[in-house]
Ligand binder design. Structure first.
Ligand SMILES: [Zn+2]
Length: 400
């Protein structure tokens, strides 16, 4: 730790000398210390040694993948000869950052002489430090956890590797690259980290541009089954982003969620039941309503995932991996929900939706209906057969 601090200090001093041609005479050293209380505040503090008194100090900070640059006017305190302390406290209520994002910052100082100085850019990671995270790494994957033993972390990594394999079997994808998997011990902790506000069903989340996955895996007999569902799902989000870059955000939500649900090693068993019921009751959600966003209410959200998974699976069966790749490319290039499908697959979204309902859903429902009626059919045949046989016997009798 002491070595690390020394090198950071040395690096800062060298950077100060190299980068501040116009004002290096003023700043001899600048050392920042950033601490944060997750979900509450970020405290930026710097000790500066300067030959000229500091009149004003501004901190600039921005998270990776975020477009907003925050800035704050720091409090400047003189601490004896040529020494100054800078303090700025940012309230997360004013502007929040995604959990585990990298936040980059620099200082701009103005001296009494009117000259200015810009410090080198440094960074810190906005970790969810409400918990004491442990980490286990294997190749490009890191499992972070705070509740459970080393065996649990190894299982997370093994499931992630299986998930990556399944994804490659579905679609050719780029190399995964570094991915951080954070496992929360309950959904409430995950939801409070994400600040989801009311979506009490959320149990997994990916920030694909950060390569960060958050999942909730409460201790229960189903813990590893849920891991096999949630980890590959979120991995698919990250890989899709790495495949098409920021075009990922142009993909219809049904396609992103459909592909991710299709990657699950343990698919949600409720989806098929929900689909069958919705078909029977004529209350399927139109696919075009699932292009921009999914409903937030729990039962409609679940049905949206079920439809997205079934529809995407149907497209994969019918058009193959190459068809899905063409579809992803068309949408990533900015085509809208209807015409992207037309360009890639030769039919617009509404036509494909009708085909899917007729070929994948109705058949299934008809088959179910047939299976349900089968015992009654057998009984009916039996009931009809008795008088028929009697009549035949009678007929035979009279002809003799
Ligand atoms: Zn998802």
């Amino acid at each position: 730790m002491r070595h690390k601090s020394f090198f950071i200090l040395l690096f800062t001093i060298i950077s100060v000398l190299l980068n501040s041609g116009q004002a290096y005479a003023q700043v001899e050293s600048l050392q920042t210390d950033v601490t944060h209380t997750f979900g509450d505040t970020i405290q930026f503090r710097a000790g500066v040694v300067s030959t000229s008194p500091i009149k004003a100090a501004i901190i600039f900070f921005q998270a990776d993948g975020d477009t907003r640059t925050n800035l704050g006017l720091a409090e400047v305190e003189t601490r004896g000869f040529r020494r100054f302390d800078l303090t700025y406290i940012h309230s997360i209520k004013d502007y929040s950052f995604r959990p585990f994002s990298v936040v980059r910052f620099h200082w701009e100082l103005t001296f009494q002489t009117g000259e200015t100085y810009t410090s080198p850019v440094e960074f810190f990671v906005y970790t969810d430090n409400r918990f004491d995270w442990q980490v286990l790494k294997e190749k490009n994957l890191s499992a972070h956890w705070y509740d459970g033993d080393l065996q649990f972390a190894q299982e997370i990594l093994d499931i992630a590797q299986d998930g990556l394999q399944k994804i490659q079997n579905l679609l050719p994808m780029p190399e995964a690259g570094a991915i951080q998997i954070y496992t929360y011990a309950d959904s409430a902790s995950l939801q409070s980290a994400l600040n989801t506000g009311g979506e009490s069903w959320v149990a997994g989340h990916a920030d694909p541009d950060l390569g960060v996955i958050l999942i909730a895996l409460p201790k229960s007999p189903e813990q590893l089954l849920l891991a096999r569902q949630r980890i590959p799902h979120e991995l698919m989000h990250v890989l899709l982003y790495r495949d098409v870059g920021s075009g990922y955000f142009n993909l219809p939500v049904w396609l992103r969620e459909g592909l991710s649900s299709g990657a699950e090693l343990y698919p949600n068993p409720d989806y098929q039941i929900l689909l069958d019921e919705s078909v029977a009751q004529g209350r399927l959600l139109p696919m075009r309503s699932l292009c921009e966003a999914f409903p937030r209410e729990a039962s409609s959200a679940l049905l949206s995932y079920a439809e997205a998974q079934s529809f995407t699976n149907y497209l994969h069966d019918r058009f193959g991996a190459s068809g899905l790749e063409a579809l992803i490319t068309a949408y990533a290039n900015g085509m809208d929900c209807e015409s992207g499908a037309e360009r890639a697959l030769g039919k617009n979204l509404s036509q494909l939706e009708r085909d899917w309902q007729r070929e994948a859903l109705s058949q299934n429902v008809a088959l179910k209906a047939f299976q349900n009626l089968l015992p009654w059919g057998v009984l009916l045949l039996a009931v009809l057969a008795v008088p028929l046989i009697l009549a035949l016997l009678n007929l035979r009798g009279t002809s003799q």
